[in-house]
Unconditional design. Structure first.
Length: 96
């Protein structure tokens, strides 16, 4: 990529990042809105359980179900067992 395209890509990335930061500023507000009624915060153990352990357990359960319920046969290459090599055929013809 030449310098002009790199400069254009960098300017586009910087502009996009700046716009995203400006548009997300209300999400970082510290003042409460009218009618805002937040619940109690989560403890560290609850947070880890909800956002780390629960997704891992769900992933493991889905993986286990797919593995157990997989009804497909062995996926080995069976076509190579049907091929006879000329050397083996010539030996069989001499012996027979």
């Amino acid at each position: 990529m030449d310098k002009k395209n790199a400069l254009r890509a960098g300017a586009l990335a910087a502009g996009t990042t700046l716009m995203m930061l400006l548009m997300s500023s209300p999400a970082l507000a510290l003042t409460r809105d009218d009618g805002d009624d937040p619940g109690q915060g989560l403890s560290v153990v609850e947070t880890l359980g909800l956002y780390v352990l629960a997704p891992l357990a769900l992933f493991a359960a889905i993986t286990g179900l797919v593995w157990v319920l997989d009804r497909s046969k062995d996926r080995g290459d069976t076509t190579s067992s049907n091929i006879t090599v000329k050397g083996d055929a010539a030996k069989a013809a001499k012996a027979g």
